[in-house]
Design a protein around this ligand. Structure first.
Ligand code: HEC
Ligand code: HEC
Ligand code: HEC
Ligand code: HEC
Ligand code: HEC
Ligand code: HEC
Ligand code: HEC
Ligand code: HEC
Ligand code: HEC
Ligand code: HEC
Ligand code: HEC
Ligand code: HEC
Ligand code: HEC
Length: 455
């Protein structure tokens, strides 16, 4: 069998070579060489156009009709005509000369069913590989052309380069793809591949399969995306969707410009959580000006504040704004992660200050007297307790402390924000205590070692 096949191929190849050397003359020569009994099938009267296509199948070019059709016989009724045996098992015929496609996991159905001639003209055609149609047209004879009719069409699909991604015959990968998952895309998107493979953090669906977000053919949105941020993101991150929908205090950063992509890269980053910048720089890239907030209040220029006030609160020194704020929104004032009073006065309850007490000991405000729980004490009188821990007019921490940064020790503020007033605090620290002369009361001193008697 193999021998027979080889000898056939050798013969045909030989004929093809002859054809290459004596183009045009070969068929005529054969006509005379084979004499009356065995005239070529291609004459000016019969099958005249065969062999004239741009791409002619090897055996046809060699005039070897018989290798596929068998020897022709004279037509019974019309003696000047010849009769062919119809080809019965096309694929088996092709495989007599061509290597059978390697058995792989996935075989394109028309190939499995031996319909080689659905795509290849056995004689010749205007297209390479004697294909019956060019590029995508071939595929669209059986597949729906809709796949490339989205508003944004992928370059190779737009120009009919289907076989750049799909093996027409057999493949090891589902959908007859040439490679699996993201590796398919990396065949061409070499720069993206490099960027992704060298990044420290890669978004999981990107590592898995680009087609999680991009349609390889076409889609309604730019970059062949089915949807844009934030819908694209929230389709998978449904817990985030819930969090954002339920947030009574929204962060405008999610609603403006590029939404999620204001802060996250869709593919990869060298910063955890696929952030586009270091966390603090990210926040300050927008908070470098003041805003008119949704609630009518003015939101200060935080960058300027941090430049002008050099003693930064611990978490800000660690460049972590998200320790206190939830960038995705929250149920608390100022998108805080934990409750913190909005007002100057607030009846005391520990949970009102969960924000501060998520990092600091709540014991600083719980006992009227202490010798160690806080340094803000006069003798053993706990001045935190005295100011904050009141059933009605408890002063909130902001009465004395700046949250982000200040130029005074212990983040004490310049001035107390009392209504539309700003009352200077005039805080002076000493080795064992300090003094304040705010607009709230006259100068008072405290000393941990020797209780001050303030008149
Ligand atoms: C590689 C094998 C092969 C060779 C060589 C070949 N044919 Fe065919 N031919 C076929 C197959 C297969 C079909 C059936 C096509 C189909 O079903 O669409 C066919 C069909 C035909 C038909 C039917 C009409 C048509 O075009 O579908 C004619 C006529 C024909 N061949 C003539 C020739 C002539 C003349 C030659 C030599 C110049 C030739 N063939 C060489 C395989 C071949
Ligand atoms: C008698 C042997 C023979 C048979 C049978 C045969 N082919 Fe071929 N085929 C050849 C030869 C010889 C070439 C030219 C090889 C070359 O150019 O490398 C060729 C070339 C081709 C090519 C172009 C390949 C290329 O790399 O350019 C395709 C496609 C093809 N054949 C498909 C078929 C199909 C489909 C069938 C069955 C209908 C078939 N062949 C049957 C001998 C055969
Ligand atoms: C669905 C359409 C389709 C069917 C069915 C099909 N082919 Fe092809 N075939 C193609 C396309 C498209 C190419 C060109 C691939 C490329 O450009 O890389 C090709 C290329 C070829 C080639 C030359 C390149 C190679 O891969 O070796 C041969 C030989 C070939 N086909 C034989 C066959 C045979 C034999 C069958 C039937 C068992 C068959 N084809 C069925 C579409 C098809
Ligand atoms: C002669 C008809 C025919 C042609 C031409 C054809 N296909 Fe197919 N193709 C089928 C059939 C039938 C199936 C199996 C049924 C299905 O899943 O739609 C299939 C399946 C597929 C699948 C896999 C679908 C799956 O679910 O696994 C892909 C991918 C595919 N074809 C791509 C192509 C490409 C690319 C071309 C052009 C090179 C092409 N087809 C040309 C008939 C064809
Ligand atoms: C950039 C690579 C690429 C190109 C180019 C490409 N495809 Fe695909 N195709 C894919 C991938 C990846 C899938 C699998 C998609 C999925 O699973 O959602 C696919 C799936 C398919 C399917 C199966 C669809 C289904 O729903 O099961 C068909 C049919 C298909 N492609 C046809 C084509 C045709 C026709 C062309 C040319 C117009 C083409 N493809 C061009 C990558 C490509
Ligand atoms: C056969 C090569 C090839 C493959 C494989 C390929 N692409 Fe492309 N892709 C291109 C070409 C060419 C363009 C158009 C040129 C450009 O804009 O960079 C393009 C453009 C794109 C674009 C739009 C880029 C822009 O800036 O507008 C996206 C997104 C894209 N491809 C994603 C993918 C995905 C996802 C895959 C894998 C499913 C993939 N590509 C596989 C060749 C390829
Ligand atoms: C989680 C969804 C998602 C996945 C998965 C994904 N992308 Fe994207 N891709 C996007 C979004 C969103 C954009 C638009 C980005 C923008 O506007 O900055 C985009 C844009 C692109 C672009 C064009 C702009 C650019 O950044 O160059 C290319 C090319 C691209 N993606 C390729 C890929 C490749 C290759 C893969 C797989 C390795 C992939 N994408 C996986 C969501 C995704
Ligand atoms: C196809 C589903 C899918 C889409 C679409 C998607 N993601 Fe993801 N994302 C995941 C999975 C899976 C993980 C990893 C598991 C996890 O942490 O939940 C992840 C993780 C993340 C992470 C955490 C990264 C880390 O290091 O833990 C962020 C941030 C993220 N995605 C943001 C986005 C943004 C922004 C978008 C829109 C551009 C988006 N995602 C779209 C599936 C998706
Ligand atoms: C203002 C910047 C910003 C915007 C806008 C933003 N994020 Fe984030 N995101 C962050 C930061 C900072 C983190 C890491 C700190 C944290 O866990 O909250 C993060 C973490 C995440 C995480 C992983 C950890 C977690 O909380 O589950 C996911 C998932 C995520 N974001 C999805 C999204 C999605 C989806 C959108 C758009 C709807 C979005 N983000 C918009 C800044 C942002
Ligand atoms: C893309 C720009 C952008 C980025 C990045 C951004 N923000 Fe915002 N943020 C805004 C805008 C705009 C407002 C004004 C909100 C409004 O209209 O109420 C705002 C408001 C706020 C508010 C006040 C919310 C309120 O309404 O009470 C806080 C607190 C805040 N941002 C913190 C942060 C933190 C922390 C980060 C970094 C994780 C960050 N922002 C990153 C744009 C941004
Ligand atoms: C220790 C917790 C904490 C950290 C860390 C923190 N904040 Fe705040 N932030 C707050 C609190 C509490 C408020 C409300 C302050 C008030 O009204 O007294 C606030 C208010 C804000 C406001 C609204 C300001 C206004 O004018 O009302 C912005 C904007 C803001 N923070 C941005 C940031 C940025 C950017 C960072 C990182 C550089 C950051 N925050 C770090 C606790 C924090
Ligand atoms: C995310 C954790 C965190 C939160 C929330 C937090 N802090 Fe802090 N705070 C720190 C760290 C860390 C330091 C630095 C401690 C050190 O240097 O010993 C610090 C230092 C301080 C100091 C100066 C202490 C000293 O001894 O220098 C004061 C005052 C302060 N915080 C007040 C507050 C107030 C008021 C709140 C609530 C609005 C708050 N903190 C919320 C982490 C936090
Ligand atoms: C009436 C002004 C005032 C109020 C209100 C106030 N503090 Fe203080 N706090 C101070 C002073 C003054 C110090 C510095 C004590 C010293 O070191 O001499 C201080 C110190 C601190 C320290 C450093 C550790 C310690 O206890 O010495 C923390 C933490 C702190 N305060 C947190 C808070 C929190 C949280 C609130 C709100 C629940 C709050 N403060 C309310 C004035 C105040």
């Amino acid at each position: 069998m193999i021998k027979k096949r080889i000898s056939r191929i050798m013969f045909v190849l030989f004929a093809v070579c002859l054809l290459a050397v004596f183009p045009g003359r070969f068929l005529a020569a054969q006509e005379t060489a084979t004499g009356q009994q065995k005239a070529s099938c291609i004459t000016s009267k019969c099958h005249a156009t065969m062999g004239t296509e741009k791409f002619v199948h090897g055996p046809v070019a060699a005039g070897e009709c018989a290798v596929c059709h068998g020897e022709s016989s004279k037509h019974k009724d019309k003696p000047d005509k010849y009769k062919f045996k119809p080809v019965e098992n096309v694929a088996a015929l092709c495989y007599e000369c061509h290597e059978k496609f390697q058995a792989r996991k996935f075989t394109h159905l028309p190939v499995e069913e031996g319909e080689c001639v659905a795509c290849h003209n056995p004689h010749g055609s205007a297209n390479k590989f004697q294909l019956t149609a060019k590029g995508g047209e071939l595929c669209f004879e059986c597949h729906d052309e809709e796949i490339v009719q989205g508003k944004f069409v992928h370059g190779p699909a737009a120009v009919g380069g289907c076989v750049a991604c799909h093996e027409p015959h057999t493949s090891d990968y589902e959908k007859n793809l040439r490679a699996e998952g993201s590796n398919l895309c990396y065949m061409c998107h070499v720069d993206k591949a490099e960027a992704i493979q060298s990044a420290e953090y890669v978004h999981q669906p990107v590592a898995d399969d680009c087609a999680n977000c991009h349609n390889p053919h076409s889609a309604p949105k730019e970059f062949m995306l089915q949807a844009e941020s934030p819908v694209l993101c929230l389709d998978c991150h449904d817990d985030k969707k819930e969090e954002i929908d339920n947030a009574s205090v929204k962060h405008a950063a999610i609603e403006v410009d590029r939404n999620c992509l204001n802060c996250h890269d869709a593919h990869m980053s060298n910063i955890a959580m696929n952030l586009t910048m270091e966390p603090l720089d990210l926040c300050l890239s927008c908070h470098n000006k003041s805003y008119q907030g949704n609630d009518g209040t003015t939101i200060m220029d935080m960058k300027k504040w941090l430049v002008e006030n050099t003693d930064h609160h611990g978490p800000i020194q660690q460049k972590d704004c998200s320790g206190c704020h939830n960038p995705h929104g929250s149920a608390n004032f100022r998108i805080l992660r934990n409750p913190y009073p909005e007002s100057f006065y607030k009846p005391f309850a520990t949970e009102n200050y969960n924000l501060c007490f998520s990092c600091h000991e709540k014991t600083i405000v719980l006992n009227p007297e202490t010798t160690k729980l806080t340094n803000f004490r006069n003798g053993n009188d706990n001045l935190h307790f005295l100011h904050v821990n009141k059933p009605v007019k408890g002063r909130t921490c902001r009465a004395c402390h700046e949250t982000h940064a200040s130029n005074h020790p212990k983040h004490i503020r310049d001035a107390v924000p009392f209504g539309s007033w700003e009352l200077p605090v005039n805080f002076q620290k000493t080795g064992t205590g300090g003094s304040c002369a705010p607009g709230c009361h006259k100068l008072k001193r405290y000393d941990r070692d020797k209780k001050e008697i303030n008149g």
